[in-house]
Design a protein around this ligand. Sequence first.
Ligand SMILES: [Zn+2]
Length: 490
Amino acid sequence: MYSWLLRNLILPSVSTFTRSAFWEAYRDMLRLEVRSWDELQRLQWERFEVLLAHACQHVPFYRERLQSRGIEPADIRRFEDLLRIPPTTKDEVQANFPDRMTSAQASKGELRYVSTSGTANRLMVIHDFHKREMVRAAALRSLSLSGGYRPGGRMVEIPPDVCSIVCGAEGESLDGVLPHLYRMVRHGELGDEDAVSSLKGRVERNWVFRKKTYQPFGPQGTSLSKEQLRGYVAALRRDRPQVLKALPTYLHEIARYVAREGLEPIPVDVVKPMGASVSPAMRESIAAGFDGAYREDYGCAEFGDMACDCARRDGLHVFSDLFLIEVVVGDRHAEPGELGRILVTDLSNLAMPMIRYAIGDVGRIRLDDHGCGRHSPRLWVEGRVEDALVDRGGEVYSSDRIMDFLYRRPEVAQFQVIETRAGCLDLLVVPRNGADLRASGLAEAFGAFLGGGMDITLYPVKTIRPEASGKFRFVQSRSWGRLMEGERHA
Ligand SMILES: [Zn+2]
């Protein structure tokens, strides 16, 4: 009933009152989802051409990038032509931010800074009003398509440690929607832009998503006390969220605690990882700890949600009306299903165009239709570029592949692989149930898995600590730079 009222009465009236296009945009997006790939591709390319022409006219960084190569926007006519434009790196964005990266056309009053979590790796981008609406709509789209979430359902998030400081800034101490509205009326602020935008934030958090945020694990790392884990389980049983989103490591630890203690799986409708990728072995243990569907999506603060899975759970369908996503190996596009670096072009941010942005993830993409009714390409994300080991022969071991191997070993509770110099690895392991790591042949087995060319030193440890960003880096590679070999540089 609540959800019905929300969808049919409250959200449409909020849209009218605040001139918000969020609800309409969301419904348009759902209609686009079932279009044929030909139609989607046409729409995607139209939007790309608008973006590229706009960027070349109004954004100094992209104007010079194309001019210095003698390229006109009109020269980029087909998907393959994209390869003529070098990828945009995070360093370039930072060096040119904000003036040379943002559009001279954008109206300053409606711009907002958005930053990623992670202090060391922080990237600032700017969203205008339209982009913010698209981010909101895409968030609901991915919740709805991947897991069947309905506006008004209860949601719990356990974001990475740093998120409570950085990302929380916008949402902190939000009181209710109605008290805020009452205050606006009393102070005659109904036309005030900030007050309206703040009202929208409240509606979104309290009514649309009914979102609750739990404390993250904290700097002590993966090894939580029994009391702490029991606390999470009790809170989830009490709140019974429709959707639980959390850093995969948190879900993994909670699920393994449930299994260890022989507890009933935790009842949620949908459990989703956020902020990092998940290997198949982790996925299995997470799914076993929760009584609900395990689903995945792909997104980040700078771009919003970019792709989400379907009921077949075989890859994440790209939101092709909003993003153009490429996977590249050196200076060519990857073959279907081949592992490469992911590049993102954001089709709905004209205030700060991001064209072929090297987001720092590795993955695979395929175009073939698997018959679910959505025709957009499917993406598999396998971890961070800097977390992939590349051996001398060019074989790439993504962090997902490594995690998958190590988490399937019965003696491993947690681990970290640190490449101290090319070909030399320190393997830190938290043993499971007091296992004798040296007797188990773990180092030898891991060496064989990596093709025999790596020198491995094993260290038993008590916990694995997160980075300053609050996220975990289970693989710290030095050889990842080989992934860029053969690439055209600016
Ligand atoms: Zn599908």
